[in-house]
Design a protein around this ligand. Structure first.
Ligand code: FES
Length: 335
């Protein structure tokens, strides 16, 4: 993996320790602006298994790795399938993905999961918004295979942006999938308050899509009395904030060396360390993948990621250096 030359001795192990070189064996348009990619082993050997909701990290260049959810059936061992929305104004990952040619060899991590099904639940509600369909598709495959009670709702603003619709409608769970297209007479409205009208302790809800969509689901679920432990989500980007704390500088102290590094108002902890010649492994730079986890010795972070659980944050021994800041005072980190 090609990172900058000097790496900080991160106290936590690389969470994506194993990489494999895979071949891009198929690439096809899945919807307007969305391309589906299939990766297979170089020699035809079975791939390491994956589970519903897993994602892989793909190396796209120096300091550029990106996480993408697997969307095919976890029972398949001959391929990993992802779908990527091209975002020309993004940080470059989707553009680099779309530029890959069939036959290209790329370094891909082992599958990893931050978004798991609750296997003991009696019913599952999958709520997808836009490209957020990808992890929920692998979940739907797994639930269908196990004949579980579930429904998949998939909403888009425009029908031309509905990725993989052909596969969904021809697939084994077509009858359990409800498609929603804004303002389209042939598709019912995506009525989240109605879908989540009645909390049920035996039901778990999984949501993935744009941040406003996830926030809307969370708000409705809370208002309707769902237990927060029954709502599961996966964000693609860290939350935006208008908090003034975002705009002030603060200090970090390196333990045991004692060096003090000032983090400017417009830079991240990772960027401030990099300015001082200390390079921390990063991947998403959005607070969602977990790669840049830093060990906290003392101080109160202002957690701005979507990776750590509430329990992780309450423990107070780590934070994500790509997005999180100090809530006040200095952060002492072990490096
Ligand atoms: S690099 Fe992904 S969480 Fe920081």
């Amino acid at each position: 993996m090609a990172y900058a030359t000097t790496l900080a001795a991160q106290p936590f192990p690389d969470i994506y320790p194993a990489k494999q070189t895979l071949r891009l064996t198929a690439k096809r348009t899945a919807a307007e602006g969305i391309v589906a990619f299939e990766f297979s082993s170089l020699d035809g050997a079975p791939l390491p298994p994956f589970g519903a909701g897993d994602h892989i990290m793909i190396d796209l260049g120096p300091q550029m790795s990106r996480a993408y959810s697997l969307c095919n059936d976890p029972a398949e061992t001959h391929r990993y399938v992802i779908a990527v929305l091209k975002e020309p104004d993004g940080k470059g990952g989707s553009v680099a993905m779309h530029a890959l040619d069939e036959g290209a060899e790329v370094a891909v991590s082992l599958p990893r999961n931050n978004f798991a099904l609750v296997l003991g639940a009696k019913r599952h509600i999958l709520l997808a918004g836009g490209i957020g369909i990808t992890p929920l598709l692998s979940m739907a495959h797994a639930l269908s295979r196990h004949k579980a009670d579930f429904v998949l709702h998939y909403g888009v603003r425009d029908l031309s942006r509905m990725a993989l619709r052909d596969l969904i409608q021809a697939g084994p769970f077509a009858d359990q999938c409800m498609l929603h297209v804004d303002g389209h007479a042939d598709y019912p409205a995506y009525d989240i308050p109605q879908i989540l009208a009645e909390p049920n302790p035996d039901t778990h809800v999984y949501v993935c899509g744009p941040t406003p969509f996830i926030d809307h689901v969370a708000t409705v679920a809370k208002a309707n009395g769902w237990d927060p432990d029954q709502i599961h989500w996966e964000y693609f980007v860290a939350p935006e904030t208008d908090d003034p704390a975002e705009k002030v500088s603060f200090e970090i102290e390196l333990v045991p060396g004692g060096e003090i590094v000032t983090v400017g108002p417009e830079e991240s902890v990772v960027e401030a360390l990099e300015r001082e010649g200390i390079f921390v492994l990063t991947s998403c730079a959005e607070g969602v993948c977990g790669t840049c986890l830093l060990e906290l010795v003392e101080g109160e972070p202002d957690h701005r990621d979507h990776y750590l659980s509430d329990a992780d944050k309450a423990r107070g021994d780590c934070f994500m250096g790509c997005v999180s800041r100090a809530a006040g005072g200095r952060l002492r980190i072990k490096l």
